[in-house]
Write a protein that binds this ligand. Structure first.
Ligand code: SF4
Ligand code: SF4
Length: 160
């Protein structure tokens, strides 16, 4: 979805949004129903969360808070093994994130994405707040469990 702004090479060298500290496990994507069925058939480890959403099961080996676990769909050589069109919506819009603040829908931008520079930032914010905005609002309405509480790692670029 954002491939006009970020190149696959940007992400291949990074993969930051495909592995998770224990404390950031909440950031794993809430999976769409169709994708859950598909992944279950493939035997991909999933887990149901307290908020009712289903996401990838992260395999942590010990109790260290600093431990990092990869998304089960990540291949360390080639990146995400899901075809682009099958990736969870939340992955396709990253480093944007649907969020809420005082019951307002907001669009958050993950500030530490290394592919962001002055030029990509400007293009991304413009795209997210114009052409992409109806898709984001519609998805938020249809998938409320994908709208996360605002978090300090994100900057608000649009507020509903
Ligand atoms: S953090 Fe940014 S550069 Fe890194 S994989 Fe995610 S979108 Fe790509
Ligand atoms: S599904 Fe793919 S893009 Fe999304 S977190 Fe997992 S490896 Fe990354």
């Amino acid at each position: 979805m954002l491939t006009d702004i970020f190149t696959p090479a940007d992400c291949a060298a990074c993969k930051l949004c495909c592995n998770f500290h224990k404390s950031s496990a909440w950031e794993t994507p809430a999976l769409e129903k169709e994708l859950i069925y598909l992944l279950q058939e493939e035997g991909v480890p999933l887990e149901k969360r307290e908020d009712g959403s289903t996401s990838f099961y992260l395999h942590f080996c010990n109790n260290s808070e600093n431990e990092v676990a990869d998304c089960p769909m990540l291949n360390s050589e080639i990146g995400c093994t899901l075809p682009r069109e099958l990736r969870p919506f939340e992955c396709r819009i990253w480093p944007l994130r649907l969020m809420k603040q005082s019951s307002h829908l907001v669009i958050g931008l993950y500030k530490n994405c290394p592919a962001l520079n002055d030029e990509t930032l400007q293009r991304l914010v413009h795209y997210a707040t114009t052409e992409l905005l109806p898709t984001l609002k519609n998805y938020a309405e249809q998938h409320p469990l994908s709208v996360r509480e605002m978090n300090s790692a994100y900057t608000i670029i649009w507020r509903g």
